[in-house]
Design a protein around this ligand. Structure first.
Ligand SMILES: [Zn+2]
Length: 216
């Protein structure tokens, strides 16, 4: 048996006139509209996949901007009200000696979201042209992006935990700011964008010789 990705003449189900159900994995003749076993709609390649990926990606990026400009935390004491953005809050935490929490917040709310935006954009662009990054690496990248999606809400949890901790102290109250809503929306849109990506497209250039452009 050939190892996928190492042989240029690898045969796909589509070459044989077959199409697999993405939900239950049963194989049907090409052109079948609905899976008779699980009722899922069957498409060999999701033609609107990239459109949805880009639309949701753009929504994610647009929500990410106010998530960083608006305050994430609102700290109210008897004398003052202080509002902190994500990065500003992390700097405050460093000043108070909580470097570990600051790093967690920066990784969860700056490094991972920006990394995901770049990874999804790279994957969506690379299916249209020959990429220097191998298909196996891109498939792995896609799996990582999908996997970390569920952990992206950690920032919201940190805010929630901090709020409840400080709430016990009657002299100060911490409330989530407007940014938390935009941040949550950004995470949701980015997750949907990654899910809209039809990862079979990564492998579609397989049968074409290296250097030739992809069909549209
Ligand atoms: Zn099915």
């Amino acid at each position: 048996m050939e190892i996928a990705g190492q042989h240029p003449d690898i045969i796909s189900a589509r070459d044989l006139g077959l199409v697999a159900c993405t939900r239950c994995a049963k194989v049907w003749p090409a052109g079948t509209q609905t899976c008779a076993r699980c009722g899922s709609t069957i498409v060999s390649r999701d033609a609107k996949s990239l459109q949805r990926v880009w639309a949701l990606w753009l929504m994610g990026v647009m929500c990410y901007v106010p998530a960083n400009l608006y305050p994430m935390l609102q700290t109210r004491t008897l004398l003052s009200v202080q509002e902190d953005t994500i990065v500003g809050g992390a700097i405050q935490l460093v000043h108070h000696g909580a470097v570990g929490i600051a790093i967690i917040i920066l990784v969860a709310s700056v490094v991972i979201p920006l990394g995901k935006f770049m990874a999804i954009a790279f994957l969506a662009i690379s299916v249209k042209r020959v990429s220097a990054v191998s298909k196996h690496q891109r498939q792995r990248l896609y799996e990582v992006v999908e996997y970390i999606g569920r952990w992206s809400m950690i920032d919201i949890f940190v805010v929630a935990i901090m709020s409840s901790l400080v709430q016990l102290n009657t002299l100060a109250a911490i409330n989530p700011g407007r940014a938390s809503l935009f941040f949550a929306l950004s995470v949701i849109f980015t997750m949907l964008s990654a899910q809209a990506f039809d990862s079979r497209m990564i492998w579609d250039l397989q049968s074409k010789p290296e250097g030739s452009p992809a069909d549209d």
